[in-house]
Design a protein around this ligand. Structure first.
Ligand code: FUC
Length: 962
């Protein structure tokens, strides 16, 4: 129980007014007591979450939840990983390859504009329902417009809107934040203004800012304007003849087809919606920034033809506790050691405790409510969902059901909420569950969908939920909890890290983030690394979908970038910690997705490039779309399959499992390589083989020959050659790859001493774009390194210096890895400071940063930065990408001069344990998992020795074998 553990005994320290004294006290006693050690794996807060990015995440790979921890109104927002928009379908455009040579020819003639235009017209993949959408949209629009001529026409001056809701207008996010999150369709807005006497007889100007997407605007029932498009400012004339003395009515019918709808204001400017005499200064007008009345007319427009599907939230569990408004000794925490969140507080002398976890063995989210006095647990629980038309039903005497159907999708979801209580009474209706006077109670949440795999949606969500509930009722809470902890710890306990302590370690996590950049708080860096591991364990398990842009956590129907998979950096970054930080089994969902993409990508290779093998562009989703999407200037990027193949090879380097290489990895790599054998073309100017059309993500538009592609293709060819040699197969194909490999356009150094991002020497040294893709060969690739290619290495450093230290969350995280590969720990640490800075700090120009719950901020939330940051700190401690040699402490920052780590992995299948002090290695233990020869490098010294599988080797700080 949380109330009993050491974290709660020191209540004195948690009262914020006393924090300063507490820090001093902790400092004086040396900060080394046991509770400190336990606290090292805890995120904790002194107040409930008020926003989603303050709430704490739990997950079992399939189900995810965000815990707010409010004493009187608990809110648990939850997800199931297969609830998406869309349906199984082909994403490629048949016959697109007819246009390939023309697009290439235009690029060779430096005619980028025409190449992009042609590609946009003929080469992009197919959108969902694109064939039928046009007509459905027309029919729907006609239907909602008919209302305007009907007798109850809301544009009429005297229409009775007294029972309409109100919404403040404008809002940057439109109506999304006003109860219409994720809703598209037709919505009416109305407001009134009093006509000043001296405006009588004058024409007026009505300024309404941006409206998404289309408006029909009326004054006193007469239409005065209509505009289509979110980027146009609405500025209409109201003829004097339409106005009346006294009150005048403005009515706007807004039609929104996708994304956010409504009045979205004036962008960056602080102008108001206004009405004013035509010739007058707008400032003398009447502001219409105020509450308008609104009424949704029809929220079911035909599904918008998206290129890619969107990951969806499932539902919200609300638990109300009457009388829990005034509480003391509040604490909310997430303990990474056992993947359990807790909330505890005191009301009228009773200590209440909530425990929450997402169990993989029992496939449920469990919420256990207890108190230190009998009969005190009383609450009402209900479930809602952002999905239009959701329903709830009583299932049995202690279970409530929730059903959701995703709009613009074939996916349906079903969830059960089951309550087990000790004492007291349980009452279930179709809307809620009420518990009175129990000693304790546990709520078990299950959720499932009809999704079976990317081609099959014939599953039965009811069966999934019912089966889960059956398992639960056969077991006690303690059994379910201990099974959860055992299961979780088999992953989590494979690595431990200690980076020393500091006074700030005793502060709540949000305050530590506030202070991190100005303080010395190395243990927050360790916590961040372990949090990254926790998030991967919670969002990616064998048999589940891979972690998407938000892992598994999403509360929006229209999430940023659809919360899908972006393959030109983000999804691979998610898996950087998997091998390195000893979570290799968690890599499996990405490997499985790659197998599926290798199937789905064959048609795209054929139809778009007339090529064999498989191709993947810059995005994919649960239906495994592989075609180019969005705009041709960045959506045509051909090397997604090459990057995922790198991931497969990397896994082999870490596990040295030739069976895995033979059965899974090599066949996929070979087919990816085959695509590029067919795809590469000769550059007429240089004779080199180049990748075209493509782009250097996502800068510079559609081009011939971006450097990153060539690095990736070389990596793929080289690794496929190595794999075929190990497996002793395909000698002829190996020769083909070797011949092509030698002709691929090389890395080039440009006039600013930079590594060229493109074939031509045209880099702009002032460019600070977040993507630094041409450094792929430095990390995660390895063809650019200090030992073998020192000149390219220096040029790459120059390029990174030009790009600067700014960046979105994942960009900062990648730069941490780059600077670690440049063996400049202090520079890397500068970026760690930015990463662990609070987001939305008005005094800072930092883009990427951390939310209070330590979720990484692009902003908005994107989980890749959490994973990339964790891997970046690991790269400071161990690298193993050059020469089959393991570099020990290659980029140790002075801020982390003290520490130890156990369980970090290196290529060649080694596991390391080591400690360092004052920046110097003290001890090192190597566990050989595959019996390979081990070569270690530290501080200029190299030690090499043979190993036996399963044996441990101890070395001193001077690398001598002990
Ligand atoms: C790429 C990046 C963006 C974002 C998105 C998900 O498009 O350029 O910054 O991370 O993916």
């Amino acid at each position: 129980m949380i109330g009993d553990n050491q974290g709660f005994t020191n209540i004195f320290c948690y009262a914020s007014t006393w924090i300063g004294i507490c820090i001093l006290f902790q400092f004086l006693i040396g900060c080394n007591n046991n509770s400190q050690t336990e606290e090292k794996l805890i995120l904790w807060y002194e107040q409930p979450a008020t926003t989603w990015t303050e709430a704490l995440p739990i997950g079992n790979g399939r189900l995810g939840a965000m815990i707010y921890g409010d004493p009187s109104e608990e809110h648990i927002q939850f997800n199931e990983e297969t609830l998406w928009t869309g349906e199984p379908r082909a994403y490629h455009r048949e016959g697109a390859s007819k246009y390939l040579s023309e697009i290439r020819a235009l690029l060779f003639q430096d005619n980028q504009d025409e190449a992009e235009a042609l590609a946009q017209e003929e080469f992009m993949g197919r959108k969902y329902h694109e064939e039928t959408y046009g007509q459905l949209k027309e029919e729907w629009l006609q239907k909602v417009r008919e209302r305007v001529v009907a007798p109850e026409n809301p544009s009429n001056k005297n229409y009775d809107d007294s029972n309409w809701d109100t919404m403040t207008v404008p809002m940057e996010d439109g109506w999304r934040n006003a109860g219409l999150e994720g809703r598209d369709g037709a919505v009416w807005f109305r407001t009134h203004f009093e006509l000043p006497q001296d405006w009588n007889g004058q024409d007026l100007t009505l300024k309404l800012g941006h409206i998404r997407d289309q408006d029909f605007t009326y004054v006193n029932g007469q239409q005065i304007g209509s505009t289509q498009g979110k980027d146009q400012h609405r500025s209409y004339t109201i003829p004097a003849s339409h106005l009346t003395p006294g009150t005048n009515t403005i009515a706007v019918q807004i039609i929104n087809y996708f994304d956010k709808g409504g009045f979205t204001g004036f962008g960056d400017s602080d102008q108001s919606l206004m009405v004013y005499p035509k010739e007058a200064d707008p400032k003398e007008g009447i502001s219409l920034n105020k509450k308008w009345s609104y009424k949704p007319q029809d929220l079911q427009p035909p599904g918008y033809p998206d290129y890619m599907a969107k990951y969806q939230p499932f539902g919200d569990l609300h638990i109300e506790f009457d009388g829990h408004d005034q509480v003391t000794d509040y604490r909310r925490e997430l303990d990474l050691a056992n993947a359990t969140a807790k909330t505890a507080y005191t009301v009228d002398g009773t200590r209440y405790t909530r425990e929450y976890f997402a169990s993989a063995p029992d496939q449920t989210i469990a919420i256990h409510l207890s108190a230190d006095q009998a009969g005190k647990i009383s609450f009402q629980a209900d479930m809602t969902s952002p999905h239009f038309g959701f329903t709830t039903q009583k299932i049995n005497e202690n279970t409530l059901g929730l059903s959701v159907e995703v709009r613009n999708s074939v996916v349906k979801g079903r969830s059960y909420l089951n309550i087990q209580s000790d004492g007291g009474s349980i009452k279930v209706s179709d809307n809620e569950i009420t518990v009175e006077g129990a000693d304790e109670a546990t709520l078990y949440l299950s959720a499932g969908t009809n999704f079976k795999n990317y081609k099959d949606v014939s599953g039965d969500p009811e069966v999934i939920s019912a089966r889960v509930m059956q398992g639960i009722t056969d077991n006690s809470y303690d059994e379910i909890k201990s099974r959860h902890i055992d299961d979780y710890q088999q992953y989590f306990n494979t690595l431990s890290i200690d980076l020393g302590n500091s006074p700030n370690a005793s502060l709540p996590t949000d305050e530590r983030i506030q202070q991190f950049a100005q303080s010395k708080d190395p243990s927050l860096v360790a916590l961040h690394m372990q949090y990254g591991r926790y998030l991967l364990i919670s969002s990616s398990r064998p048999g589940t979908q891979p972690a998407n842009l938000q892992g598994i956590w999403n509360d929006k129907l229209s999430p940023p970038w659809e919360s899908k998979y972006t393959t030109n950096i983000n999804v691979e970054m998610n898996y950087w910690p998997a091998e390195l930080l000893n979570l290799p089994d968690l890599h499996k969902p990405l490997i499985k997705m790659t197998e599926e993409l290798a199937q789905a990508g064959k048609q795209t290779a054929r139809e778009h490039y007339d090529a064999r093998g498989w191709v993947l562009h810059h995005n994919t989703d649960i239906w495994r779309g592989t075609a180019p999407v969005n705009a041709s200037n960045h959506g045509i990027w051909v090397t997604g399959g090459a990057w995922l193949s790198h991931q497969l090879w990397n896994r082999f380097q870490f596990n040295q499992d030739t069976l895995y290489l033979e059965k899974i990895s090599y066949p996929i790599m070979k087919e990816a390589a085959k695509f590029f054998v067919d795809f590469l073309v000769e550059d007429p100017d240089t004779g080199w083989l180049i990748s075209t059309p493509s782009n250097s993500p996502e800068i510079g538009g559609l081009v011939a020959g971006p450097t990153m592609d060539h690095q990736l293709i070389r990596d793929l060819f080289q690794n496929s050659i190595a794999a075929s040699k190990i497996l002793d197969v395909d000698p002829a194909f190996r020769d083909t790859l070797q011949r092509k490999y030698e002709r691929i356009a090389p890395n080039q150094i440009g006039k600013h001493g930079q590594l060229q991002e493109w074939l031509e020497d045209k880099d702009d040294p002032e460019e600070t774009h977040r993507h630094v893709s041409h450094l792929w060969g430095l990390h995660p690739g390895n063809e650019i390194n200090w030992k073998e290619t020192p000149e390219l290495y220096d040029a790459a450093r120059q390029s990174l210096l030009f790009r600067g230290d700014g960046g979105t969350g994942w960009s900062l995280a990648w730069k941490i890895n780059f600077w670690a590969r440049f063996r400049d720990g202090d520079h890397a640490y500068k970026l760690v400071k930015k990463m662990l800075s609070p987001v939305d700090n008005p005094n800072s120009d930092i883009e990427g940063a951390s939310y209070p719950n330590m979720f990484d901020a692009h902003p908005p939330f994107q989980i890749d930065g959490n994973f990339g940051g964790a891997a970046g700190v690991a790269e400071m401690l161990v690298q193993s990408h050059i020469d089959h040699t393991i570099d020990i402490l290659p980029a140790l920052p002075s801020a982390l001069s003290q520490g130890s780590i156990k369980g970090i992995r290196a290529r060649g299948s080694f596991e390391l344990e080591m400690s360092w002090s004052e920046g110097d290695l003290q001890s090192l233990t190597v566990i050989s998992k595959a019996g390979k020869k081990c070569t270690l490098r530290y501080d200029g010294k190299i030690t090499s020795f043979k190993t036996e599988k399963g044996e441990q080797y101890q070395l001193g700080g001077d690398l001598n074998l002990l």
